[in-house]
Design a binder for this molecule. Structure first.
Ligand SMILES: Cc1cc2nc3c(=O)[nH]c(=O)nc-3n(C[C@H](O)[C@H](O)[C@H](O)COP(=O)(O)O)c2cc1C
Length: 245
């Protein structure tokens, strides 16, 4: 199999790290790879904040709800949606930016941020590092904004932990492929059997890995997708993001 495809298919998040530093040239190559990633209308509306400072990483670990791997690994990269940068271009050309106040703007920027994050993870893993994406920073987005000194019209969407892995973790199984790949038209009838099978598979996986508190996929979805965060909306509004259209 092609080496890149093999690497992608071997993806797994790692949550146990050595404190060994990442050589500057390795980090630079990872960031330059993400810098090359495509963006909607060439907006380049994504910025990265590279956090190596130990105190800052310990603070982010807390902000994310107590995730020790953020403090343990030597580098945390915050992936920031950046309409501050695009706004400077709009103003320079004599206009007024409104795109950050639309659903289209938010979808475009968040998908660009996701591409940047995936590129960071692929480049990092190809360089022998372990990774774990971190959405937990949105639990207290205001604290992240303050810590990173983010200006108006920017938002810390996610982050990625990078480091040399101390203890490898097994790959987490996925739902059967029929729930993911639909040929020509969406195949809704494929979902129920796929979900039933996956609920069983995931619980076997938790048992095998010694987790007694592991939930089935359906239970996990019910726990996370049955509520929403009003706090996040108010912080986003304060930063300049609303959905007016
Ligand atoms: C956008 C995003 C945010 C995530 N946030 C966190 C997080 O805050 N903490 C964490 O431990 N894992 C986080 N994860 C990792 C997921 O839990 C993980 O990808 C999923 O369980 C599948 O496991 P795998 O990556 O090992 O295959 C996140 C993943 C993504 C894509």
């Amino acid at each position: 199999m092609n080496e890149t495809v093999r690497l992608l298919q071997a993806h797994h998040s790692s949550r146990s790290y050595k404190t060994d530093p990442i050589p500057e040239e390795v980090l630079e190559a990872i960031i330059e790879s993400a810098h090359r990633a495509p963006t909607s209308t060439n907006s380049q509306e994504v910025s990265l904040v590279v956090v190596r400072n130990q105190e800052s990483r310990a603070r982010i670990a807390k902000i994310a709800g107590g995730q020790p791997w953020i403090a343990q690994a030597p580098v945390f990269i915050a992936v920031v949606v950046d309409f501050y940068k695009t706004g400077m271009g709009v103003e320079k050309a004599g206009g007024e930016q409104v795109f950050q106040r639309s659903l289209e703007g938010i979808l475009a920027a968040v998908s660009d941020a996701g591409i940047a994050m995936a590129t960071i993870m692929t480049a990092a893993r190809a360089s022998g590092l372990g990774v774990v994406p971190i959405g937990g920073i949105r639990r207290d987005a205001q604290a992240m904004i303050d810590l990173l000194g983010l200006p108006r019209n920017t938002f810390p969407v996610d982050g990625v932990v990078l480091g040399y892995v101390a203890e490898e973790s097994p790959q987490k199984p996925r739902m059967p492929i029929e729930s993911f790949r639909h040929d020509e038209k969406y195949q809704a009838e494929a979902l129920k059997p796929a979900i039933d099978a996956y609920d069983r598979t995931l619980q076997e996986y938790w048992k095998k890995t010694g987790r007694t508190d592991g939930l089935s996929w359906s239970e996990n979805m019910a726990q996370h997708y049955g509520s929403f965060s009003r706090l996040l909306k108010s912080v986003a509004q304060k930063q300049g993001f609303t959905i007016e259209v």
